[in-house]
Design a protein around this ligand. Structure first.
Ligand SMILES: [Zn+2]
Length: 313
């Protein structure tokens, strides 16, 4: 992910106007069983992060370990009765042609709309011994797996749901056309070619930090940025999320570029002290920096976002 400095607009106070507008209207539709993200689900999500990171601590794109991690993710989805495939493809990279593996799971809805829940699972290469990508790549991957389990159990659902685990998010040298975001560009173009009616792409990245402060970067669909705050307000997590007035290039950008509504929920302040970010892309990005509580916060917000997108259109 690439960061462009901007002014951080941290709005910790309750968004009263938005919350009011939203609070009285749309509620759970009568034909859908309610689904909530509980503390037990968050513990389960953390367990999935631990399983991934322990089995595949190095998941650099183009390595056999990345392929093995992709197969493990597909098998994890299949074990939940979610049809899943590994989309293996070649793409130009800074080292010539390289092989990548996107993992795609799908749940059928009654309509033709799609909600896409995204994470990347690859690790940054060359960071050094001990690096696990526990938060950067691991945390969101375990969380999306857990969200898949919860959403699979809920039926009927209006929109189809795609769970996308992207490979090659990290760049090897510097972000450019042939370096980084390989998986998301591939999936976004596929969905465009297939003319999928995508209602929302919700990307999660670095969402497991014990000291969670989610930000919603400026480059994102306006309605989805607002929806993230509304959803957080509704589930009592508004203090943990704020709008960010800077640009963060992340996997959601490929979907924006293809004209899809997309948003990124990311905590890009990951370190020993606020502003230091010294756990990011360093050997300090390890499992002990994560908490189930942070996955609970993000899980609750995203599940509420999904519910509201389903009810809206
Ligand atoms: Zn990274």
């Amino acid at each position: 992910m690439d960061f462009r400095a901007g002014v951080c607009v941290w709005v910790a106070v309750s968004l009263a106007v938005v919350g009011c507008e939203d609070g009285s209207g749309r509620r759970q539709s009568a034909d859908a069983a309610p689904v909530t993200f509980t503390a037990a689900d968050a513990e389960s999500a953390l367990g999935r992060v631990q399983s991934l990171v322990t089995a595949f601590p190095v998941r650099d794109a183009g390595t056999p370990a990345a392929g093995a991690a992709a197969r493990w993710l597909a098998e994890s989805l299949q074990a939940m009765n979610i049809p899943a495939t590994v989309d293996t493809f070649e793409d130009a990279s800074c080292d010539g042609k390289a092989t990548f593996h996107n993992v795609i799971g799908t749940l059928k809805g009654t309509g033709d709309g799609w909600i896409v829940l995204l994470s990347h699972f690859d690790t940054k290469s060359g960071v050094g011994e001990g690096f696990q990508g526990a938060n950067d790549g691991g945390s969101s991957t375990g969380l999306v797996l857990e969200l898949a389990r919860l959403l699979q159990a809920r039926a009927p659902r209006r929109h189809n749901i795609l769970f996308g685990f992207m490979d090659g998010e990290e760049c090897k040298v510097a972000y450019r056309e042939t370096d980084g975001f390989h998986g998301s560009k591939r999936l976004a173009r596929q969905l465009r070619r297939e003319k999928r009616k995508v209602k929302a792409v919700i990307l999660m990245d670095m969402v497991g930090d014990r000291d969670l402060k989610l930000m919603v970067p400026h480059n994102g669909s306006g309605p989805l940025r607002v929806l993230a705050l509304q959803a957080a307000d509704a589930v009592g997590e508004r203090a943990k999320i704020g709008l960010f007035d800077g640009v963060i290039f992340d996997d959601h950008q490929a979907f924006l570029d293809e004209g899809f509504p997309a948003v990124d929920l990311i905590d890009f302040d990951y370190g020993s002290e606020p502003g230091r970010n010294d756990f990011w892309h360093t050997p300090l990005d390890t499992l002990d920096k994560l908490s189930a509580e942070s996955l609970l916060t993000t899980g609750k917000i995203v599940l509420e976002m999904v519910r509201r997108v389903e009810e809206k259109d």
